[in-house]
Design a protein around this ligand. Sequence first.
Ligand SMILES: Cc1cc2nc3c(=O)[nH]c(=O)nc-3n(C[C@H](O)[C@H](O)[C@H](O)COP(=O)(O)OP(=O)(O)OC[C@H]3O[C@@H](n4cnc5c(N)ncnc54)[C@H](O)[C@@H]3O)c2cc1C
Length: 440
Amino acid sequence: MRVTVAGGGLAGLVAARRALELGARVTLLEKGDRLGGSFVYSSGYIWTYRDLPTFRSEAPGGDFALQRLILDRLAPCLSWLEELGAPVLIRETGNPLTTGARFAPRPTVAALSEEIAASGGRVCLGAALAGLVQDARGRVTGVRVLSDEGRRTEEADAVILASGGFAASPELVGRYITQGRGRMLLRAHAWSTGDGFLAALAAGALESTGLDEFYGRNLPAPPAAFPAERFVEVSQLYGRYAVALNQRGERYADEAADWSETALTRATAHQPGLRAWYIVDGAGLRRRVRERTVGEMVATAREVGGTVLEAGTVAELARKLGETGVSGDRALQSLDEYNAAVAAGSAAELSPPRSEPSAPVTTQPFVAVEVAPAITHTIGGLAVDEGCRVLRRSDGLPLPGLYAAGVEVGGVSVGGYTSGLAAAVVFGHRAAESASQNVS
Ligand SMILES: Cc1cc2nc3c(=O)[nH]c(=O)nc-3n(C[C@H](O)[C@H](O)[C@H](O)COP(=O)(O)OP(=O)(O)OC[C@H]3O[C@@H](n4cnc5c(N)ncnc54)[C@H](O)[C@@H]3O)c2cc1C
């Protein structure tokens, strides 16, 4: 059994290692010049919701069977990873809604790649999947590969797509997600431009739901500039302690709608210019999100060149916002309305409503940080079954010989968010098992 894995992020590494373990001959194609994909920039928390009802309520539009697969298989998959030598840093997530562990990303990538090499896997860096080969009946029988040496075709009995979706393609993100509203920043490596997704569609694959959704964070808006290694640190994860205003000076979303602030980030991608301002006061600056204070996150935004305004009164802050092109009068009105509703205990009746926590913006200093949404990964992708077999557009049945893992699997967390690293590990494992049996 010859298995080709396209993509050397966590999903591809897990798939390759598991397929080798099951006796396959494995080729791993990696477009970039290193392995690990986005995992190496991540916080390394590999988690799932604590039970199915919580998963359903946090990602209500997601595929039920795939959510259950993650729940059922994550713990054994994490034990498997640990047994291979992947170091666990913490055996909890710090979030009462979730369970999981924090792995050290780079040593985990090193452990997996050493295991792959030791078991005879062939790893090709700088080698991009550029298309799928099919026989007359539509079965996938190989891949087209593009590298410095030119184009070549390689035969395979099964192909696992683990190429990370299309977050790094402005064209595809524009088509499916921002729909002409502007260009979104990228909070991931730059190689996942939809090659696997497009190759699968060209081979007759079915798209999943959720193609207009993404997971990401609001980051300090340009001119802020920072390397990928600082993606976690620069993230402005304190919407729940802020009032978020758009360029028109209006509140545009419930800032505290969900714990991961995914809804707020997605809503920011619908605002004029894909920009917004987080307004916090002196009390808000002292609040903590995970291990950092809001003030520390604001300081990081300032340090990387983001636009941070500060004033002694709300009116002065609104005037300063006006100087940047925001409607200052409307911003002042929005803040006054917000403060009045919080004081009256009716923040939930605001439009848009405000969930708890809601605190008044009344203590100086008053600070405004300009943010822009950045995509970490896509939520929509390829439709697969519980065996991670890619489904056919024509009849919804498995497309023989084709499997998907990680971000490439679409529709898992539609309407919310779930761990991309868990999807990489569980679906990587599962795709390898199906591909090794080639049960299409
Ligand atoms: C800053 C940051 C923090 C994060 N924190 C967390 C966290 O704590 N917990 C969590 O669950 N998730 C987190 N994530 C998300 C998580 O890192 C990703 O969901 C996960 O790494 C995706 O793995 P993947 O293998 O599916 O895709 P990727 O990591 O994107 O890997 C895809 C690989 O495919 C390669 N590729 C692309 N096209 C081709 C092609 N044509 N041919 C061959 N190879 C190709 C790419 O170069 C890449 O190496 C974070 C992400 C970031 C950026």
